[in-house]
Design a protein around this ligand. Sequence first.
Ligand code: 5AD
Ligand code: SF4
Length: 353
Amino acid sequence: MNLEQILNKEELTREEIIFLLGLTARDEIESLFKKADEVRQQYCGDEVHLRGIIEISNYCDQNCFYCGLREENFNLSRYRMTPEEIIETARLITNFGINTIVLQSGEDHILDTDLIAYIIYSIKQKTDAAITLSLGERGFDEYRTWKIAGADRYLLKHETANPKLYSAYHLKQKLSDRISHLKFLKILGYQIGSGNMIGLPMQTIDDIADDILLCKELDLDMAAIGPFIPSPHTPYRLKKPGDVDLTLKTMAVARLVLKNVHIPATTALATLDEEGRIKGLNVGANVVMPDFTPTPYREQYQIYPDRKCMNDNPLNCRACLQIQIESIGRRISSTRGDSLKLSPQQITNWSFK
Ligand code: 5AD
Ligand code: SF4
C-alpha cells in the first residue's frame, strides 16, 4: 500500500486503518502524525477545550478486570462527595473560565436518580457550564431525568469493540448493551462520548481498527483513546501497559477517520509519558480533561496508579496547562466546546433556567 495515497483519502477501509496502525518506520509514523494534525486544524482549529473533572464517588458495583475501582478491590478506601462539595467544586472550575464540568464516578447506585438530578440542576442554576455525566451504565429513565435536569453530554466508553474481549473483561456485562445505551443517550439529545483502551490483554491491532470503526458507526461527538495501565489489586496487575506510540497512532488514525469529533489527550497517556499531553495534542487531540477533585478524595480515585498531576494542587492547574498549550502555538478555548457536529440551534437544552 502507498502511504501518501492512503493519507490523502477521504474515507479509509478497515485494511487501510490496520496498515496505518502497523506503521513502524519513524518517517512514516511522522507523516501520519502530520496529516492528523492538519485534519485537526481543519475541523477543530487551534483551540483546546478544557473539561474540568470532579470524581464524585469511587464506589463501583462493577468488577471490570482492568480497573482499580472494581467492587472486589477491598484495598481501596471509598468515598462519596456531598452535593455541597460537588456544587462548590463546579463553581471553582467555572471561576477558572472552564466551561464544561464532568461529573465522574464508578457505577454507584447510592448516587440515585434524584440526587444526581439535584446536583445537575443546582450547578445549572449557579453556572453557565455544560455538564457531562460519566457515571457508567445506568437506567434509561435515569438518563432521561438527568437530561431534563440540564445534563448536556454523556461519556460511556465502549472499552473494546471485540464482543468476546468485552465479555472477558466484564463478566456481568455485554458489549451490545453498552452500544444500546450509547444509542439511547443520543436519541435523548445528549452529546455522546465513548472510546477505548490501547494495550488491554489479548487485544490485537485488528481489534483497535474495529474500535475506531465503532466510534464512527456510533457517530460520536467525542472519542477518548487512552493506554491501559496495570493497576494493583486487579486481575491484570501483572500485565504490560499499553504502548505510547500505538496509542498516538490510534489517536491520529481516529482523527483521520472521525474528522469532526473532539479527541482528548488523556491523563492515562500523560501518566505513561511525561510529554504525553503535548504529544497527544500534536497528533489530532483538541481536548484536555484536568482533574479538579479536591483532596483527600483525588488520591483515592485510583483507577490506575501514579496518575499524572494527582499530587498537584488543582488551583495551579489551569495556569500550568495554559503554558503547555501556548508553548505549541495553541490556545485555551473560552467556549463550552460543544459538539462539532451540531449547530447552536440543535444543541438541546432542556434546562429550566
Ligand atoms: N488503565 C487505563 N484506563 C483505565 N480505565 C479503567 N481502568 C484503567 C486502566 N487500568 C478507564 C476506562 C474506564 C475509565 C473509568 O477509566 O476506560 O472507562
Ligand atoms: Fe467501575 Fe468503571 Fe472501573 Fe468498571 S471501569 S470497575 S465500571 S469505575
